[in-house]
Design a binder for this molecule. Structure first.
Ligand SMILES: Cc1cc2nc3c(=O)[nH]c(=O)nc-3n(C[C@H](O)[C@H](O)[C@H](O)COP(=O)(O)O)c2cc1C
Length: 273
């Protein structure tokens, strides 16, 4: 990594963190006079604007996150803190049907899955919450059953039964580095935090529910940072800072298993009234 890349990533990280902070305060109806915007004698909205200007002056690419940060600065400065009130009604019963109707499918029909549907699953994953909105996840989609088998074997998941498609969720650990980390040599950096794991849980669940909604079956296969998984990362041609965080088998279900029982709501809730 050269100095230019370090600088760009550092600047991007500062913009993302501070934009995230401004966004949260705006949602709470806090304008730029909110004292929390003041940190160590500087105003975060102004500092964010300076970072954006610096980004532009260096000729770095115009990304969605830069435009987003800029809109936040405009909103904070104009005093337009409020967001639209929720007006719609989600089809609540249908939503719970989807949640409860999803099953882990382990036997699939030998029928290819349409690429458009697989893209929809990733779209659903990308709309999951993400810690500090760092969005560290990428998705490797395998649509050739022979290659699915190959990947499963390399990763040490030989027990996986057939599936026509598989989505391998990988996390770019650079995206979850702290702003401090990117300036340090690798051996001095903080260990990757748990954000990749939490983000994966939310993203995968979105994919499983979207798949069920589209008539597809899925089975989530856990990743465990094994040597086999690291080898698969290398063979897939990904840089070493990627880790596999989940495998999702996808296909048209051949059977729908009965739902395994869940603990009861009464057993799991502990009210504090
Ligand atoms: C983190 C995680 C890892 C999982 N790994 C596997 C796995 O390796 N093999 C498998 O057959 N199912 C796996 N599952 C699926 C669970 O076995 C399944 O969700 C659970 O038995 C409940 O069944 P249901 O999904 O049909 O409601 C995994 C689920 C999660 C959340």
């Amino acid at each position: 990594m050269d100095q230019e890349e370090i600088d760009r990533r550092f600047l991007q990280r500062c913009i993302n963190s501070w934009a995230h902070f401004v966004d949260k305060r705006l949602q709470l109806g806090k304008g730029r006079d909110d004292p929390i915007y003041m940190k160590k004698n500087l105003h975060i909205v102004d500092k964010l604007k300076e970072f954006i200007d610096e980004w532009r002056s260096r000729g770095y690419p115009e990304t969605e996150s830069i435009k987003w940060a800029e809109r936040l600065v405009e909103r904070a400065n104009s005093g337009a803190t409020s967001i639209e009130p929720y007006r719609g009604e989600i089809g609540r019963e249908k939503f719970f049907d989807i949640i409860k109707g999803r099953r882990s499918i382990r036997i699939f029909l030998p029928k290819p899955v349409e690429e458009e549907k697989l893209k929809k699953l990733v779209e659903a994953a990308l709309w999951a919450p993400s810690g500090c909105n760092q969005q560290p996840l990428d998705f490797i989609i395998i649509t050739n059953p022979e290659k699915v088998r190959w990947a499963a074997e390399v990763a040490g998941k030989k027990f996986l039964p057939y599936s026509p498609a598989m989505i391998i969720v990988v996390a770019d650990t650079r995206r979850t580095e702290t702003a401090d980390d990117v300036t340090k040599p690798k051996e001095l950096r903080d260990k990757p935090g748990p954000v990749e794991g939490y983000d994966t849980g939310a993203a995968v669940q979105n994919m499983l529910l979207a798949a069920h909604h589209l008539g597809l079956g899925t089975c989530w296969i856990g990743a465990n940072k094994s040597e086999g998984e690291a080898k698969l990362v290398r063979l897939l041609g990904l840089p070493e800072f990627f880790v596999i965080t989940a495998f999702v088998q996808v296909g048209y279900p051949a059977v729908i298993p009965p739902p395994p029982p869940r603990r009861s709501v009464e057993e799991c809730i502990h009210w504090l009234r």
